[in-house]
Design a protein around this ligand. Structure first.
Ligand code: MG
Length: 208
C-alpha cells in the first residue's frame, strides 16, 4: 500500500503559503508507516514546533492500473475518506528553501490520518464534495472539491504515468485554504456534507 499526496491543488491554499499555482500536479509520497487510522490519537512529535493540519479528501484505489486513460479514470476509485496530511511546517520551510525533498516534514510516523470510508456517490453532489474541519469545535477549513486545480480523474491519469496504482493505495488530493497550527490537547474533526445536505463526521483525531 502506498500513500500518494498532492500538494497545492487549491489555488487559495497555494496563495496562503506564497506558492505559485502549479501547471502540473505536485506529487509526493508518505510511507505506509505514516498511516494512522481508527481514530487513534496523534502524538505531537518533538522535532517540530509548528505542526499544521491539512484536511484533504482521500481516494481509495479500487483496482490496479498503469498509465490510466482519461475516459477510464473514474473507474479506479469508488470510496472516499477525509484525511489529515500532518505537516511539520517549520521543517518543510527549511527544506523548501534548500530545494531538498520534503519527506521528513510530511512522511513521518502517523502523519497520514485517515477516517472512515464512504461510497463516493453518497457524498458527491453535482460532481462536488463539500467538506470541513473543526478544531476544538470551531470550523477552520472548509473546502469544495470543485475548486481543485486538478480533478480526481486528472490526478489518476497523471500519477499512474509514474506509479502503478494498486488496489488499496490512497491518494490525498490536496488541502483547501485555512491550514494552521495544532497544539497538544486539540481535537480535530472532519465532516462531509452528504448528498441529502446532512453533515456527517468521518474523521476524529485528538492531538496528545
Ligand atoms: Mg497536503
Amino acid at each position: 500500500m502506498k500513500i500518494i499526496c498532492i500538494g497545492r491543488n487549491y489555488a487559495e491554499h497555494a496563495k496562503e503559503l506564497n506558492n505559485p499555482v502549479p501547471a502540473k500536479p505536485v506529487v509526493f509520497m508518505k510511507p505506509p508507516s505514516a498511516l494512522l487510522v481508527n481514530e487513534k490519537p496523534f502524538y505531537y512529535p518533538d522535532f517540530t514546533k509548528d505542526l499544521h493540519h491539512e484536511l484533504e479528501v482521500v481516494l481509495k484505489i479500487c483496482k490496479n492500473g498503469k498509465a490510466v486513460q482519461p475516459e477510464f479514470a473514474s473507474g479506479y476509485y469508488d470510496e472516499i475518506a477525509l484525511g489529515i496530511d500532518f505537516t511539520a511546517r517549520d521543517l518543510q520551510d527549511e527544506l523548501k528553501k534548500k530545494g531538498h525533498p520534503w519527506e521528513i516534514a510530511k512522511g513521518f510516523d502517523n502523519s497520514a490520518v485517515v477516517g472512515k470510508f464512504v461510497p463516493l456517490d453518497k457524498v458527491q453532489k453535482d460532481g462536488n464534495i463539500e467538506f470541513f474541519l473543526k478544531k476544538n469545535g470551531e470550523k477552520v477549513q472548509h473546502g469544495h472539491t470543485r475548486d481543485m486545480i486538478f480533478t480526481f480523474d486528472q490526478l489518476i491519469v497523471y500519477v499512474s504515468q509514474y506509479f502503478k496504482l494498486l488496489q488499496g493505495d490512497l491518494i490525498f488530493t490536496g488541502t483547501p485554504a485555512g491550514v494552521g497550527p495544532v497544539q497538544i490537547g486539540d481535537l480535530l474533526e472532519g465532516y462531509v456534507v452528504t448528498g441529502e445536505g446532512k453533515e456527517e463526521q468521518l474523521l476524529g483525531c485528538e492531538v496528545k
